[in-house]
Unconditional design. Structure first.
Length: 247
């Protein structure tokens, strides 16, 4: 039964990561509710979720061809700096993560909720991209996606808008590509950490792939505002629960 719940959480995560972002905010609390510690749940979720992000970015492959240079920078910088985030997670005391994770979840939920405001940062007309914004943004986002990751997509969207990218579909594809490749490299480190609960991770992974494919096909047709409300509600409940539990 637990594996079936993990599968459903993975499907929801993969779908939401493509449509609205914040899918980790579904998987992580679910795994904690199933009895995993916050650190083990985070590591297991990261291993399970990244295939869905990559599957979602694959559905954007035609759009990504229009921004080959930016896509290349994303798949280089995000994975490199995600290693730093992953090492911070694994090497710092577990208690540190337990204390900070309620605030990370709450902040990520707010980021997802305000995503429509982030879209207003996108210029109406394209102009030369400002790599002084993009490169530091990828560095910070890479570290964060390796450490926890929820809400990374919204941060990346804000970076693209501030940097002058006007095509939102291109930005969504780049967001999925960057967060997916960053998650993938962090997940490789987690695999060798000995902390991954494999049956759960595989269930999440299968679900996230299915959800990511579905999300990629329907993302342009769905109103994501309803999903953001759900994510915010889950984030608030999970944040309060973990804050009380870890206090």
């Amino acid at each position: 039964m637990d594996l079936f719940v993990a599968l459903l959480a993975g499907m929801a995560s993969g779908f939401l990561n493509v449509v609205a972002g914040g899918g980790t905010l579904i998987v992580f609390p679910t795994l904690v509710a199933l009895g995993l510690s916050p650190l083990v749940a985070n590591v297991t979720a990261a291993v399970g979720v990244f295939p869905g992000s990559l599957a979602g970015s694959w559905t954007y492959r035609k759009v990504l061809k229009e921004q080959k240079q930016l896509a290349l920078i994303a798949v280089v910088l995000m994975p490199i700096f995600s290693i730093i985030g992953a090492l911070l997670l694994l090497l710092l005391p577990e208690r540190n993560f337990e204390l900070i994770v309620p605030f990370l979840i709450g902040s990520a939920g707010i980021l997802i909720a305000i995503q429509p405001l982030v879209y207003k940062l996108f210029p109406k007309n394209s102009y030369k991209l400002d790599y002084k914004v993009i490169i530091p943004g990828f560095i910070v986002s890479g570290i964060y996606v390796g450490y926890f990751g929820a809400g990374t997509g919204v941060v990346l969207l804000a970076i693209f808008g501030l940097a002058g990218l006007s095509n939102i579909q291109q930005a969504n594809g780049l967001k999925n590509l960057g967060s997916g490749t960053g998650n993938a490299i962090a997940a490789l480190l987690f695999i060798f950490s000995g902390l991954v609960v494999w049956q759960t991770a595989i269930s999440v992974a299968i679900g996230s792939i299915l959800g990511g494919i579905l999300g990629g096909r329907f993302a342009q047709k769905l109103d994501a505002s309803y999903f953001r409300i759900i994510i915010l509600f889950v984030a608030v409940i999970a944040s309060i629960y973990l804050f009380i539990k870890n206090s």
